[in-house]
Design a protein. Structure first.
Length: 541
């Protein structure tokens, strides 16, 4: 083990171009925690991380301490958001009256150690109830409590997590706000082992994949990655995105809170340029037919672009206006490209969050009821590879018949769903045919049919003729894999937990007490299922 932590490592979890006179004080605290670790504790920690990461853990605990002292509100934002969702202060731990909400607490430190261990690496899930976690937390608290009366407030750091609107003007307000999202999501200690590491890994892989491309092309792809993390990616904590955290950091009484909460998901893709006025540019999202008015505060006039030019662009709604964000390119009208876009379910789903949610829920409820009628009252079915596509085709026919469509409408619906890939492919060359696979089919009330292979032994069900014996690996895959939807996982737990030995012993039994929090942690970006229904031709403005 290294003998001590140096300033350079302490600054790893700080914003870029940051320095403060208080850093030496908090570095001393981090070293006290680090040097206080016993040899057996270091050995346990090194099962999950290398030596440098053990030092980073001590810095991480100290950053929490500095955050509470300086009221930078990063930890407070988590506490606020967690309490709003679950009505209690923390997951996992039983809190006594000694727990003080606005102060430092051993349970906070234990939780943060658990979080660090499970984000610094993803190969082994570490239970929050491991004794070594609570022991390290208690030791760290001895250091923090001894220093508490002398700890200086870091006013420099606090300013990084406040919005300074003195220099805002109408043309850059959104971009200044976007910079604040960056600061919270990429440059705060709480997301150092989660968002920042994932982002840096994605950027590294992008650069490697594009090593033969021109620098301008590489930068455009890096910009796409940055935009994805800023507006779309979710944290392991609570599966929330940057605008959720940023608004919680400033708080509901802040003048910028409403603007932060107004930030929409990002829409990116291909549009047709339609027209422009002195204030707006009108674009038509090709896949859905939605019209968008982009404010010219975020974009110069498109003087050299003709009507129906194809534009690739990213748009974010902020304070009721659509702003340009990300990359831009333009090309002449191309009928084949437009046809491909209109037939792309993925491209249409970019705007699904703008649809009438009640109407989409009604459509999905109709499909769900048809599936229940078709599948003898169950949302799950267990099928061999050979039976999968015939089952999906039969359901599609059953559903279309329930709508009382004309033959022509049925054929059109059949072609559309086949093209979108909702029901597989029944061609002879289908790779599923002849393979020794079995599938669990599930109708997701939010997104439609899902099917999963290689988890059949998590379902002790009389209808599951493929079940042999309970598989712990299958159960854990359903719980922890981002591939399995939240709805499918909740259905599985609700209907099968009492039949499975997995949930009868600790620590797995205790997971049920904080299941939703853990599902958010495990599934992250995929926790919130996106609807596949798009009502084309609507107005997106």
């Amino acid at each position: 083990m290294k003998s001590r932590i140096y300033l350079k490592q302490w600054l790893h979890s700080k914003p870029e171009h940051y320095s403060s006179k208080t850093d030496l004080h908090y570095l001393k605290i981090a070293n006290s925690i680090y040097l206080g670790l016993e040899n057996n504790q270091k050995l346990v920690l090194k099962q999950f991380m290398d030596e440098a990461d053990v030092a980073s853990l001590c810095c991480f605990i100290t950053c929490y301490y500095e955050d509470v002292i300086s009221q930078t509100n990063i930890w407070k934002a988590f506490k606020t958001l967690y309490a709003k969702s679950y009505g209690k202060a923390l997951p996992f731990y039983t809190l006594t009256e000694e727990y003080l909400d606005e102060e430092i607490n051993a349970e906070d430190v234990a939780f943060l150690i658990w979080y660090f261990l499970n984000t610094i690496q993803g190969e082994k899930f570490v239970s929050p109830h491991n004794e070594f976690i609570t022991n390290i937390a208690k030791q760290a608290m001895e250091v923090l409590n001894e220093d508490y009366e002398f700890a200086p407030e870091n006013t420099v750091l606090k300013k990084f997590y406040q919005i300074n609107s003195e220099h805002f003007d109408a043309t850059d307000e959104f971009y200044q706000t976007r910079d604040f999202l960056y600061a919270v999501f990429f440059d705060s200690y709480l997301f150092y082992t989660d968002i920042k590491r994932r982002f840096e890994q994605d950027v590294f892989e992008t650069i490697e994949d594009l090593s033969e491309e021109k620098p301008q092309m590489v930068m455009s792809y890096i910009r796409e990655v940055t935009e994805a993390y800023t507006f779309s990616k979710s944290s392991a904590l609570l599966a929330l995105n940057a605008k959720d955290w940023a608004s919680a950091v400033v708080g509901e009484t802040d003048a910028h809170y409403k603007s932060l909460t107004s930030i929409s998901q990002k829409v990116k893709g291909l549009f047709l340029y339609k027209s422009q006025t002195e204030t707006d540019v009108t674009l038509e999202h090709i896949a859905s037919g939605m019209l968008f008015k982009m404010t010219k505060k975020s974009f110069d006039s498109l003087e050299d672009i003709e009507e129906d030019y194809i534009i690739y662009i990213g748009l974010v709604k902020y304070n009721g206006e659509w702003w340009f964000s990300g990359n831009f390119s333009a090309s002449p009208f191309n009928a084949d490209l437009i046809l491909d876009e209109k037939n792309s379910a993925k491209s249409r789903s970019e705007v699904s969050f703008l649809e009438d949610q009640a109407q989409m829920a009604s459509i999905m409820e109709q499909q769900k009821q048809a599936f229940l009628d078709f599948n003898q009252g169950s949302l799950v079915a267990f099928l061999s590879a050979a039976d999968l596509n015939p089952f999906l085709e039969a359901y599609m026919t059953f559903f279309n018949d329930s709508l009382k469509l004309s033959d022509q409408e049925k054929e059109a619906a059949h072609k559309r769903t086949k093209a979108d890939g909702y029901f597989g492919n029944t061609a002879k060359e289908d790779p599923l045919e002849g393979e020794d696979k079995v599938f669990v089919v599930y109708f997701n009330p939010k997104s439609g049919i899902e099917f999963y292979d290689d988890i059949i032994n998590a379902f002790p069900d009389e209808r599951n003729s493929f079940f042999t014996e309970e598989s712990r690996e299958d159960v854990q895959y359903i719980l922890m894999s981002a591939t399995c939807s939240t709805e499918f996982t909740n259905y599985f737990v609700e209907h099968y937990k009492d039949r499975l030995d997995y949930f009868k012993s600790e620590p797995y039994k205790s997971y049920l007490n904080d299941l939703d929090f853990l599902l958010r942690f495990w599934k992250k970006d995929n926790y919130h299922t996106k609807s596949t229904v798009v009502l084309t031709g609507k107005d997106g403005q």
